[in-house]
Write a protein of this length. Structure first.
Lengths: 494, 89
C-alpha cells in the first residue's frame, strides 16, 4: 500500500470516495512513514498525534465542486492550529498553543482532511533557504547537503519526500514558489486576498498570502476549491465561489495564448546556466504548442528587491512589536516591564528577524521615512502600473522561478544581500498583489548533484483560473509527473 | 552608521544586542542599508498605493448585529484576564 504515498491527491480521491482505499489506513501509513523519514529531513516541527473522531468514517454528503478531502496534509508552522503548538519557527513563540484554527485549516478540517503536523520554516517566514529556523533547517530531499529553499522549507520538503500529499505555506516574496522550485514540486501563490489570512501569523501584511504545495496543478485546483472561500474574519479576503477543477480542465487553445518573457530575467550574469537552459527549453515547448512568445522590457526589475525589502521590513517592525513576553509564548522573568520587553525580544528573535526589525524601524523613522518607505511605496505603485501594462499585451508572464539551483548550507549566510537575490524573479509578483506558480521543468547539475529547476508563470491579479489552466496543460505538454527522489522511493519499498 | 545612532535604533526597536554579536550585526546592517539605498536612483511617477482608505469608508452606526458563525468554528474559549496572568486574580 505504501506506493499510494507517491500518487497525487487527484488520483487517490476516487478510490477514497468509493471506499477502495481506506482513508484511516492511508493516514496511519502516511503518518508512520512521514515521522520515520523526518529523522533525515527535519521537515516538521510539531506532529499532530491526535486521533480523529469516529464520525469521520461516515460517508460525506458531497455537493458542488470536488474538494480535497480525507487526505493527509501539512501546514507551515505559521498558521494557527487549535490545541497544537504554533511557533512561526521562532523561540519567542515556543510553547504557544492557539485557541483557534486559521480559516484555511478550519476549511481543510471541515472536509475531514488529516493534519500530519506543522512544518519547518525560516523564522517568521523571513528567509530564502530554510536556514533561519530556530528549530534547525529542513533538508532538500534531492540532496541532503543542499538547502530546500524558503521560507516554507518544510512544506516543500514534505510534499517532495512523500510525507503528505498537499501542504500549505505562505508566500510574502516567493516563499512558496522558490522552495517548490528547489524541491521539484508545484508551488502556487494565489492573488492577494484569494485565501483568507485569518489565523496566519503576520510578517508583512500587504504581501503575505497563503499558498499551496502539491504534486500537480490539478491538486492545487482541488485544494483551492476547499480553501479559497469568502471569510468575514479577514477584511482583505476577496474570494468568490469558483470551481477551479472545472476551470483547469477546460480546453486550452494554445494558439490564442500570449506568453510574455521579461528580458531582464534572461541575463546570464544573474541567472545560472542550467536554470536558463531549462527555461529556454520550456519556452520552446510553449512555442511548439502554438503559444506566441512576446519579449517584454521591465526596467523596474532592478528596483523590485530594494523596494520590497524596505516595505516588508517596515511592516514586520510593526507586526512583530506585539511580541513582548507577556501575551504570547515565552514569558520573561524580569520584574521591570521595559527590561522584560528587551530581554524576551533579544533572546527570542533570531539574527535575521532582528535585522529586519531594525531596518524597518530605520526606514520608518522621522528623518528617513520620505527617503525610504515613502519612495519604496511609490516604486511599488510604478511596478503595479508596469505590470498592468504588460498584461494588456500578454496573458501570462514566464520567468525562471529561482535564479539559481539549490545551494549548499552556509553558502550564502555571510552575505544577507546575496541571500536576498534568491527572490530576484519572485518579489515583483507580491508587490503587484498578483498570482504566480512554480512548475518543475527539469534538472541541472551543481556540486556534482542533480537538482531540480522550475518555471514560474504569472497572471494578472485575480486571473488565477487561467494561470492554473496554463500550468496544468503545460504539465501535460511536457509529460511531467511527480516522482520522489530515488532514496525516498527506496525507503518506501522497504 | 555611528554607534550612537545604532544604539538609538535598537532602543526604538526594543532590542538589545550582545557585545559579541554587535560587530557582525553592524557590518551586515550597513550592507543592507547600501542595498536598499538603490531606490534613491529611481524617481517614481506614481503616488503609491493608498496608506489608508478611511475617507472612502462609510462607517455604520454602532448597533448590535447577529453574526453567522460557521458551525465548526470554535467560539467557546475565553481569554483570561490580564490580572490572572499576574497572579493577582
Amino acid at each position: 500500500m505504501k506506493e499510494l504515498l507517491t500518487q497525487t491527491a487527484w488520483e487517490l480521491l476516487g478510490p477514497i470516495e468509493s471506499g477502495d482505499v481506506d482513508h484511516t489506513e492511508l493516514q496511519e501509513l502516511q503518518f508512520e512513514f512521514a515521522k520515520w523519514i523526518d529523522g533525515k529531513l527535519n521537515a516538521f516541527i510539531t506532529w499532530d498525534e491526535k486521533v480523529e473522531p469516529q464520525e469521520w468514517d461516515l460517508p460525506l454528503a458531497h455537493e458542488g465542486p470536488r474538494c480535497l478531502h480525507r487526505m493527509p496534509y501539512a501546514v507551515k508552522d505559521i498558521f494557527a492550529t487549535r490545541g497544537l503548538q504554533s511557533t512561526a519557527g521562532s523561540r519567542i513563540l515556543e510553547g504557544y498553543v492557539p485557541p483557534y484554527d486559521a480559516t484555511c485549516v478550519r476549511l481543510l478540517r471541515h472536509e475531514k482532511n488529516h493534519l500530519m503536523g506543522k512544518t519547518n520554516l525560516d523564522e517568521f517566514a523571513m528567509g530564502s533557504s530554510g536556514e533561519m529556523s530556530a528549530y534547525g533547517p529542513a533538508r532538500n530531499p534531492w540532496s541532503l547537503d543542499h538547502v530546500p529553499g524558503g521560507s516554507s522549507s518544510g512544506s516543500a520538503v514534505a510534499v517532495a519526500a512523500c510525507q503528505c500529499f498537499v501542504a500549505l505555506g505562505t508566500d510574502t516574496g516567493g516563499s512558496v514558489r522558490q522552495p517548490a522550485s528547489f524541491c521539484g514540486v508545484v508551488g502556487y501563490r494565489p492573488s492577494y486576498g484569494l485565501i483568507s489570512r485569518y489565523g496566519l501569523i503576520a510578517y508583512a501584511s500587504s504581501c503575505d498570502q497563503a499558498g499551496i504545495f502539491a504534486r500537480s496543478a490539478l491538486d492545487v485546483a482541488l485544494t483551492m476549491n476547499t480553501i479559497a472561500k469568502p471569510d468575514g474574519l479577514d477584511s482583505t479576503c476577496r474570494a468568490e465561489p469558483l470551481d477551479y477543477v472545472a476551470e483547469v480542465q477546460r480546453e486550452m487553445h494554445w494558439n490564442k495564448l500570449r506568453v510574455g518573457v521579461i528580458k531582464q530575467f534572461l541575463d546570464p550574469q544573474a541567472i545560472e546556466a542550467p536554470v536558463l537552459a531549462n527555461f529556454r527549453a520550456s519556452l520552446d515547448t510553449l512555442a511548439g504548442a502554438g503559444a506566441e512568445i512576446v519579449e517584454l522590457d521591465f526596467p523596474l526589475a532592478d528596483y523590485c528587491l530594494p523596494a520590497y525589502y524596505i516595505i516588508v521590513s517596515a511592516e514586520c517592525s510593526s507586526n512583530l512589536a506585539r511580541y513582548d513576553g507577556i501575551r504570547f509564548g515565552v514569558q520573561g522573568e524580569e520584574p521591570d516591564l521595559l527590561a522584560r520587553y528587551l530581554g524576551v525580544r533579544s533572546r527570542g528573535f533570531g539574527a535575521e528577524v532582528k535585522r529586519r526589525i531594525l531596518l524597518g524601524t530605520y526606514v520608518l523613522s522621522a528623518g528617513y521615512y520620505k527617503a525610504y518607505y515613502d519612495r519604496a511605496r511609490r516604486v511599488r505603485g510604478d511596478i503595479r502600473a508596469s505590470l498592468d501594462d504588460m498584461f494588456r499585451r500578454v496573458d501570462v508572464l514566464a520567468t525562471p522561478t529561482s535564479p539559481t539551483l539549490p545551494f549548499k548550507f552556509g553558502e550564502r549566510l555571510e552575505d544577507p544581500v546575496l541571500m536576498y537575490m534568491s527572490d530576484l524573479c519572485t518579489v515583483f509578483v507580491n508587490l503587484a498583489g498578483t498570482a504566480g506558480i512554480n512548475i518543475p521543468n527539469g534538472f541541472g547539475e551543481r556540486d556534482g548533484v542533480r537538482l531540480p529547476t522550475g518555471l514560474q508563470l504569472v497572471c494578472a491579479p485575480h486571473r488565477d483560473a487561467v494561470l492554473l489552466r496554463v500550468a496544468c496543460q503545460f504539465e501535460q505538454l511536457t509529460g511531467w509527473r511527480y516522482t520522489p527522489p530515488q532514496w525516498v522511493a527506496e525507503a518506501l519499498a522497504m | 552608521m555611528e554607534r550612537q545612532a545604532f544604539d538609538h535604533l535598537c532602543e526604538l526597536a526594543r532590542l538589545t544586542l550582545a557585545k559579541e554579536e554587535l560587530g557582525e550585526f553592524e557590518r551586515k546592517f550597513e550592507r543592507l542599508l547600501e542595498f536598499v539605498e538603490q531606490v534613491q536612483r529611481y524617481t517614481p511617477q506614481s503616488s503609491g498605493p493608498p496608506l489608508t482608505l478611511v475617507d472612502k469608508v462609510e462607517l455604520r452606526r454602532d448597533a448590535p448585529l447577529s453574526f453567522d458563525w460557521p458551525e465548526d468554528m470554535v467560539h467557546d474559549y475565553r481569554v483570561p484576564m490580564v490580572i490572572d496572568f499576574e497572579g493577582g486574580g
